[in-house]
Write a protein that binds this ligand. Structure first.
Ligand SMILES: Cc1ncc(C[n+]2csc(CCOP(=O)(O)OP(=O)(O)O)c2C)c(N)n1
Ligand SMILES: [Mg+2]
Length: 372
């Protein structure tokens, strides 16, 4: 009879910047400098301002459902800035910041939130996939894209974004298993914001962390302070470098908090206390960077005002441009699904819809336009 220990696992947690702006010099990413950190700050303020604007546009009936990123700026900008042009972004539905960091056309981001899928048309050329609403399904797409990259011997990595809720889905585990089995160049980036709509993380899983789930697949894993843009940048850069160099996948858990509701169809005051929101407000990722600039003596009110004014103009232009695009016709929704010839079943559906619309139109004319 033999009884012995065959495996022990340990997990690292990383924070580079404390909330009061003190930096750990040993962990500060070497490739960063003050200009780059100022760019991070600019983009985080841009994301928050755009987020507030889009939220207000939904509230005034100008756009449909909106999912706020407020509170998650460091996770999105920090990881987005670690990406190279050739890397693939596979998002869920809350990642506007990653696209902002990638330099995506801001007008198109607004256009996409206005429900116009044509805004996604050039995304694959820019190595990005459109929004995925079915939770965790995009994890499999990421593993597939990374597998293709490996077979083609490309030096690019894929990064897939998902929430804590997604880790309860089978798709997430299948994606991790095959990514590890084939040592694929993919980074699984979980923004653990503590809630899957109204279900707290403790109601979703028995494990203490999301990151530890990687142990089952013998995969690299790390947990980071998701409100610390420097830690997120560092962990993501390291994971992407490992992926590009053939050292396999990584699971990153970024611990953060969504300050707003799940979407504009939700009311988080029904399930989250004011005390909890106040506790997390003290960990605001944008304020943390301000504290950093103050600590190193490069902060001024003039700089703050300059960023806010620049960003306000950028958002105004994005909204004006994004909302002024003429709405697509019903017919067009069938057209961007497949490249080349449209498959027979879509042609049938398109014809069916056209016939139905004509019938409605005829009925409307017969009743003097009262039955539209
Ligand atoms: C397969 C699937 N099941 C259920 C839903 C409904 N749904 C939409 S968002 C959500 C919770 C997602 O939580 P999480 O993964 O933590 O992401 P977060 O919203 O916090 O960014 C659920 C269950 C869905 N979109 N897809
Ligand atoms: Mg969540």
């Amino acid at each position: 009879m033999v009884r012995k220990e065959i495996k022990t696992c340990s997990l690292e947690y990383m924070q580079v910047l404390t909330q009061d702006g003190q930096v750990d010099h040993d962990l500060y990413p070497k490739e960063l400098n003050e200009d780059k950190v100022k760019e991070m700050y600019h983009l985080m303020v841009l994301l928050r301002t755009m987020d507030e604007k889009l939220f207000n546009l939904q509230r005034t009936g100008k756009i449909g459902t909106y999912a706020q990123a407020k509170g998650q700026e460091a996770s999105q900008i920090g990881s987005g800035m670690a990406l190279k042009e050739e890397d693939w972004i596979i998002p869920s539905f809350r990642e506007m910041g990653v696209f902002i960091a990638r330099g995506a056309d801001r007008k198109k981001l607004v256009q996409s939130w206005n429900g116009d899928t044509r805004a996604y048309a050039d995304m694959t050329k820019a190595h990005a996939l459109p929004t995925a609403i079915p939770i965790a399904s995009q994890c499999l797409h990421a593993t597939g894209i990374a597998w293709a990259s490996k077979l083609k011997k490309e030096k690019s990595a894929s990064i897939v974004y998902f929430g804590d809720g997604a880790t309860s889905e089978g798709d997430f585990h299948e994606a991790l298993n095959f990514a590890a089995q084939f040592q694929l160049p993919v980074v699984f980036f979980c923004q653990n914001n503590g809630w899957a709509i109204s279900t707290p993380t403790s109601g979703e899983m028995n494990s203490e962390t999301v990151a530890q789930k990687a142990f089952a697949y013998d995969m690299n894993a790390i947990k980071v302070d998701g409100n610390d843009v420097l830690a997120v940048y560092k962990a993501t850069s390291e994971a992407l470098t490992r992926a590009r160099e053939g050292q396999g996948p990584t699971l990153i858990e970024a611990e953060t908090f969504r300050m707003g509701d799940h979407t504009t169809s939700d009311d988080s005051s029904k399930y989250r206390s004011d005390e909890l929101k106040a506790q997390w407000a003290k960990k605001d990722p944008i304020e943390r960077l301000q504290n950093y600039f103050k600590a190193i003596g490069t902060w001024s009110e003039d700089y703050k005002t300059w960023v806010e004014e620049t960003v306000a103009k950028e958002v105004e232009e994005a909204v004006e441009g994004g909302l002024s695009v003429e709405a697509p016709t019903y017919k067009q929704m069938f057209e961007d699904v497949f490249e080349g010839e449209m498959p027979w079943m879509l042609k049938e559906q398109q014809a069916e819809l056209e016939a139905e619309l004509q019938e409605i139109e005829q009925r409307s004319q017969a009743t003097g336009g009262g039955n539209k």
